[in-house]
Design a protein around this ligand. Structure first.
Ligand SMILES: C[S@@+](CC[C@H](N)C(=O)[O-])C[C@H]1O[C@@H](n2cnc3c(N)ncnc32)[C@H](O)[C@@H]1O
Length: 283
């Protein structure tokens, strides 16, 4: 994904809604007024959700990083706070490079991430780096998209529309940037077992991995479009000169097909999805 930061920042109410669930879980686990010395936010985007975290917990230093320089620059300008340092880095880098990029001095109390890690295929690299970021007794809370029935419609569009020439193998393209963006529902038990084993291999304990279903109601289709456009990986496959026409075709297809039951007096548009929360502790 390579979104326009302003467009993303103006249309990430969904991610903030999801983050509120993760931050409430942290509050439940750490007591009503959690206080941390240091925290890391992986894939902070434009920083709006990073600022939200400070409504749930106090912390002396929050290092928020993202691999996209434009997102980080936007965050530095628009979502600043004395406690937060925004840095550019990629969670798949070697730990030495990551540590240097984010200017990490000491290991931290808490690592969290909201709606970033489904874009990263190499889960082993993520878990290894998080293990090294944490001090002994530190915990991680990772929230990622698991699946949506929308993928089947994206797949159908990619296979059957005139744009197919630019998207020859939809599943392969999506699996490179988001392993679970598959038209077929991935088996939850298999995923949970695989990730738990991986976490335990790196030395994590008290690992819990849950997958929950939810549905989010956008006020109207245009709001859904504004949310989806910055995070839609197919758009990057289309030559820039043809993107305007592609976006028109693509969203018309989704609008008509994804939610077929048009309610005459209600413009709301539903997105159905499953999200995953991974919790683990470094002993
Ligand atoms: C959907 S946005 C979520 C941003 C923010 N956490 C929020 O909830 O609004 C996903 C972000 O993850 C970042 N990202 C994707 N892969 C990454 C990686 N390997 N390392 C760091 N950031 C990454 C993207 O650049 C993007 O800004």
């Amino acid at each position: 994904m390579n979104p326009n930061p302003k467009q993303y920042n103006d249309n990430n109410e969904f991610q903030r809604y999801e983050a509120a669930k993760l931050f409430s879980t942290i509050k439940d686990d750490f007591g009503p007024s959690p206080k941390f010395r240091s925290v890391v936010d992986i894939g902070c985007g434009t920083g709006k959700v990073t600022l939200d975290f400070l409504q749930y917990a106090k912390c002396d230093h929050l290092i928020a990083f993202d691999k996209n320089e434009n997102m980080v620059e936007f965050a530095r300008q628009n979502n600043k706070s004395n406690e937060i340092s925004y840095e550019v880095s990629d969670i798949t880098h070697s730990f030495t490079k990551l540590k240097c990029d984010i200017k990490l001095v000491d290991e931290v109390d808490l690592v969290y991430s909201v709606y970033c890690l489904h874009f990263v295929e190499q889960k082993a690299k993520i878990f290894n780096n998080i293990f090294h970021l944490l001090k002994a007794g530190g915990k991680c809370y990772l929230m990622l998209l698991y699946w949506s029935d929308l993928f089947a419609y994206q797949h159908q569009f990619a296979e059957n529309s005139k744009w197919n020439k630019y998207i020859p193998n939809f599943e392969a393209i999506l699996s490179q940037c988001a392993p679970f963006h598959k038209a077929m529902h991935p088996e939850i038990g298999d995923t949970v077992n695989e990730w738990r084993k991986l976490l335990e291999t790196f030395g994590f304990t008290k690992c819990t991995i849950t997958v929950e279903k939810d549905a989010y109601l956008f006020k109207n289709f245009n709001e859904f479009k504004l949310f989806l456009e910055p995070v839609c990986p197919i758009i990057n496959m289309i030559p820039k000169s043809e993107r305007k026409e592609f976006i028109k075709d693509y969203f018309e297809f989704i609008r008509i097909n994804y939610n077929q039951k048009i309610k005459p007096y209600d413009d709301s548009y539903e997105w159905r999805y499953e999200y995953c929360i991974i919790k683990a502790e470094k002993c």
